[in-house]
Design a protein. Structure first.
Lengths: 113, 967
């Protein structure tokens, strides 16, 4: 399971980096989204992988803390997901405005050979 | 802490400079504020005379950064006293003069603002008792002198002169700071009293020479000494009151002041003698030589100032106490006659409209009083007996003859002294002769006449001072000079006599030679001086041109070269650099410390999980492959990866993340779908690149991507297989219910333990949403996307072809069934959002997930029925949601302050609600409600802002059509 997730994080990072280095604005948007998945999963995996023990306490309150998944990376990732959406929106809009001004969708605003 | 006169003297000018800005009432009030301030400073400084006259030191200490040895120490001894009186006294006179000089069209308050601030800085230099503080004020004088020289900033020469002065003295100031730091390092303290006591230690230290060089760089640039003299003539573009104040009495004196101040510490060595001596002697002779050839009256005075400051510098270089006495004496004398000469020059300029010596002549018959004043002052400058300049020059000659440190420089000193003085006689004669004597000119730009009495008064006062000091020195300046000298020299203060007549001795003979030689030279070469455009011999070596070449080279050519070599305006190389740097930052520690995979925590391979990610990874790579030409497909594949991520969160005990990821996935897809509309169509010339440089670039990027991916995989695997350390998770798990009142620990962390972070995050979210909104308000789509999308065109042509259907009817009915379902779902989604929100504290859910879900509900309505339909029926005010949410969250946090707790402390209890049952009611719930509201507002605002662009375009098009129809 750890190996699978590690490979997945690697593949998402690689795809994201590849796209971030491309010249088309749309590639940049998709690339950053893929990178943010990778980063979120990476941060999340810092709490180690556990199955079936969500950090939601039983009715009586705290039991044995080691019986639960680590809530801290989850809290970090939760806000990161929402902020990630906001930055994607900002990037998209900046690129659209740039596209409107420059007349093409190259990241520099002009075609380069 | 009682307000000491020392502090008041320093603070008053700065306060007054603010008052000048704040107080309305124009010219007169500003002048009076400035004048009164300068008089107050003068009185305050003078009143301290009894305290310093006995050789005592007045100190005032405020601890500033004591750990760095940096204290706000003010210190006044006799030398500082005489300079403080000089600065504030001449300040009073200059204000009086400026009142008439500065014309009503000029921004008067700005002038006095800079003037007062400069005065304060100059007094700071004089009164500072800590070397660092001194450098701070030193730099302030540079800055305010820049502003004063550039006061007429519409004038190119003023701007250039100001910039040059700033550059030269500013660099000197930087060197001075370094030198002072070294000095403080050697002595172990920046306190001036301590430093002054440590002369022997400094002079024998290994770092003495670099310290000396750096400090001298500061002082020689400030005093416009060779080879940094060239900025002073260019600074003459300043208004004349500024020149009279800064370039005769104060700022240029700061350099020699500091050399005299540190004289007991630094002087007396061979290095000091050679460096200071050469600079001084070169300035003395060169300044006087170049002064002869100037045609601009102020230019002549500027070069003469360089020459006289060179004289002072040369005296200081000698290292003998008597020479130091002469130096200090000449500082005062020069201030008196040079300030009055500048004022006279200003009057002449003011009255005739020109300062050109070739155009001026015969002015004496128009302005006899000003003429007399200027003549007496020039005579003092030339060193004519019975005037103050004569006395200090005699002392100078006496010292020049003495042997101090046996070297060629010492032997040359008497000749240089006589030569410099002779040339001074020549240029003084030229000044008097060509301006006041001779035939009256045919025409002046203006008909000259005597200025108002009070404009003349300051120059008159100073000239009378020159006369009085020159005739009865021992009775007038004597005691004050003695206090100043003995405070610098201490026990080494020599016996000296301030008499006019010492009998026939070598200095007197030298004086006679200089006077006669200078007069003879003017008789012989006077006409030649009047005619030459450029001084022979040295005219070609133009410090200004060298300076300009150097600054252009540094600030323009080199900067461009460096920018071309290391900079780029292209995004891709920058991104590549960032990624490569990140990879390097990851690899280097691994190489140094190693990456340990050996571990016992190899989890079992789960076949289903692996299969899941086989899909996820395939989607990601396919999205990367297709993003260039198949945008919609790439978006769908991206969604696939997102869903797999979401499932992973479910699988690995993170239900909150899964819920949030799911709803965010929906809105992200909608967002990008909305954006797709504005991207260009596939263009054929962007097909696969075939040239090898492009292929190579793609290979390189692929390699970078693969390395990044492998690196991340390796690091994640290494971390995941390692046993977890004892983290802070334990704390949160234990306290979540006991102190936060919630069982969903993730939510409790967000809204309670780390509430402040969340507040920051939602603020960012709001700002981003507003930025998106603002950016789109001025959105101009590219021309090729303005036309309706192809699908709509097909529909429209179908509508037009069918007589039974109205225009746009097909579009109205497009996806009719799904849109009805979407409308029905609206209340359901609202309930879902409320459910997610309410259970958030105890079970997966919470403000973020609920907020995005609610936003998705709104967006669905837009998608189902179109923007116009929705907005006719439903008023969503996203900005109000954002603002309300942020305020609610902040007020919830602030409410805790009312109960005496710190910001964002939360309270909780369970409340019994009808129908719903027992509900945990923590104050954190209100905070979460704020989060919810803000997330709804931000998400909706961003999506609607993009969606609206389509209607705007339609509206614009429709308006255009109507206009055409009307025309």
């Amino acid at each position: 399971m750890e190996l699978t997730l590690a490979i997945a994080i690697g593949a998402l990072t690689g795809s994201g980096v590849w796209l971030v280095l491309r010249p088309r604005t749309y590639q940049l948007v998709i690339g950053l989204s893929l990178l943010s998945y990778a980063v979120n999963l990476f941060i999340f995996s810092m709490g180690r992988l556990t199955v079936g023990v969500p950090p939601v306490l039983g009715p009586g309150g705290a039991g044995n803390p080691s019986d639960y998944a680590d809530p801290v990376p989850q809290a970090l990732v939760l806000t990161a997901i929402v902020i990630g959406f906001a930055t994607t929106a900002l990037l998209l809009v900046v690129l659209l405005v740039a596209r409107g001004l420059a007349g093409n969708d190259h990241v520099d605003g002009r075609e380069q050979r | 802490m009682e307000p000491s006169p020392l502090v008041l003297t320093l603070v008053l000018p700065f306060l007054a400079s603010l008052a000048v800005v704040v107080v309305r009432g124009g010219r007169e009030s500003a002048t009076w504020i400035t004048g009164a301030t300068m008089i107050a400073c003068l009185v305050l400084a003078a009143s301290l005379y009894p305290s310093v006259s006995g050789g005592n030191v007045v100190r005032y200490d405020i601890e500033w950064i004591p750990s760095l040895g940096l204290n706000f120490t003010l210190r006044m001894d006799g030398f500082a006293w005489i300079f403080a009186v000089l600065v504030s006294g001449i300040g009073v006179l200059v204000v009086m003069y400026a009142r008439y000089y500065i014309s009503a069209e000029d921004p008067v308050r700005r002038f006095y603002l800079f003037f007062l601030a400069f005065c304060g800085s100059m007094l700071g230099v004089v009164l500072a008792g800590n070397l660092i503080l001194l450098v701070v004020f030193w730099e302030l004088t540079s800055i305010f002198s820049f502003l004063l020289i550039g006061y007429w900033h519409h004038n190119q020469a003023a701007r250039d002169g100001a910039r040059m002065a700033m550059t030269v003295t500013g660099m000197g100031g930087l060197a001075l700071l370094a030198g002072v730091l070294l000095l403080g390092h050697i002595v172990g303290s920046y306190d001036l009293d301590v430093v002054l006591r440590s002369g022997d230690r400094v002079r024998s230290h290994d770092l003495y020479v670099p310290t000396l060089l750096l400090i001298l760089l500061g002082t020689l640039t400030k005093s416009a000494q060779f080879p940094f003299h060239f900025w002073l003539p260019n600074a003459m573009a300043a208004p004349t009151p500024v020149s009279a104040f800064l370039h005769s009495a104060t700022m240029v004196k700061a350099g020699v002041f500091l050399m005299a101040r540190l004289w007991p510490v630094l002087a007396g060595t061979q290095e000091w003698f050679m460096i200071v001596g050469i600079a001084g002697m070169a300035s003395l002779v060169l300044g006087a030589y170049l002064a002869m050839f100037q045609h601009d009256l102020k230019g002549l005075l500027a070069y003469s100032t360089i020459s006289h400051l060179g004289l002072i510098t040369l005296l200081l270089s000698l290292g003998s106490p008597l020479a130091a006495v002469a130096a200090i004496f000449h500082m005062l004398n020069h201030a008196a006659f040079k300030a009055s000469l500048f004022m006279a020059a200003g009057i002449i300029d003011h009255e005739t409209g020109t300062r050109d010596l070739r155009r001026l002549s015969g002015l004496f018959r128009y302005m006899p009083i000003t003429g007399t004043l200027a003549m007496v002052a020039s005579a003092a400058m030339a060193g004519v007996p019975l005037l103050n300049g004569f006395l200090s020059k005699e002392m100078f000659f006496a010292e020049a003859v003495e042997t101090h440190a046996d070297s060629w420089l010492d032997k040359a000193a008497p000749y240089a002294a006589v030569l410099g003085s002779a040339l001074a006689v020549t240029y003084s004669l030229r000044l008097i002769h060509s301006i006041f004597l001779g035939a009256p000119p045919e025409s002046f730009p203006r008909e000259p006449h005597e200025p108002p009495f009070w404009m003349r008064f300051p120059a008159m006062f100073l000239v009378v001072a020159c006369l009085v000091i020159g005739t009865i020195p021992a009775l007038t300046i004597g005691p004050f000079l003695h206090v100043a000298v003995s405070s610098v020299l201490g026990p080494a203060t020599p016996q000296y006599s301030l008499a006019v007549w010492h009998g026939i001795n070598v200095p007197l003979v030298m004086s006679v030679i200089a006077l006669a030689g200078g007069a003879l030279l003017y008789l012989v070469a006077g006409n030649y001086l009047e005619r030459t455009e450029r001084p022979p011999l040295l005219g070609r070596i133009d410090g200004q041109r060298i300076f300009e070449r150097v600054t252009v080279a540094i600030s323009w050519r080199w900067a461009r070269l460096i920018e071309e070599a290391f900079g780029t305006t292209r995004l891709q190389p920058q991104m590549r650099l960032v990624v490569v740097a990140a990879i390097a930052a990851g690899i280097v520690p691994v190489l140094v410390l190693g990456l340990d995979f050996a571990s016992t925590r190899h989890g079992a391979m789960d076949l289903a999980f692996t299969g899941l990610w086989a899909v996820g990874v395939t989607c990601a790579i396919a999205a990367a492959y297709l993003a260039k030409f198949h945008r919609l497909a790439a978006l769908a594949l991206l969604g696939g990866t997102g869903l797999v991520t979401c499932l992973t969160f479910v699988w690995l005990s993170a239900p909150d993340l899964a819920a949030t990821q799911l709803v965010v996935e929906i809105v992200t897809t909608v967002l990008i779908l909305l954006g797709l509309r504005w991207l260009p169509k596939r263009s054929p010339d962007l097909s696969e690149p075939s040239e090898w440089p492009l292929r190579l670039r793609r290979f390189r990027d692929l390699a970078i991507a693969v390395v990044a991916g492998l690196g991340m995989a390796a690091i994640s695997y290494a971390v995941m297989t390692r046993a977890p350390p004892d983290t802070i998770a334990r704390f949160f798990l234990e306290k979540a219910y006991a102190e936060g009142g919630g069982r969903n620990v993730v939510n409790v962390i967000l809204v309670d333990f780390r509430g402040f972070d969340t507040l920051g995050e939602i603020t960012v979210l709001g700002i981003v949403a507003l930025s998106v909104f603002a950016l789109l308000r001025r959105f101009r789509p590219a021309p090729d996307t303005i036309e309706r999308p192809e699908q709509q065109l097909i529909q429209r042509s179908y509508d037009e072809a069918e007589p039974s259907t109205e225009a746009e009817a097909t579009k109205e009915e497009y996806l009719y069934v799904p849109s009805v379902i979407m409308q029905w779902m609206f209340p359901v989604i609202i309930v879902l959002a409320a459910y997610l929100f309410l259970r958030g504290h105890d079970a997966p859910g919470g403000g973020f997930a609920a907020g995005v879900a609610m936003a998705a509900g709104f967006i669905l309505q837009y998608m189902a029925a179109g923007t116009v339909w929705v907005e006719n029926r439903l008023r969503i005010l996203p900005v109000a949601w954002i603002g309300g949410g942020l305020l609610l969250a902040a007020f919830t946090g602030a409410a805790a302050i009312l109960f005496g707790d710190s910001f964002l402390t939360s309270y909780f209890r369970y409340a019994e609600l009808p129908l719903v049952g027992k509900v945990p009611l923590a104050s954190a719930t209100f905070f979460d409600l704020g989060v919810f509201s803000l997330v709804v507002g931000a998400t909706v605002l961003m999506l609607i802002a993009i969606a609206h662009q389509s209607i705007r375009r339609l509206r614009a098009a429709r308006l255009g059509e109507e206009r055409q129809r009307w025309n």
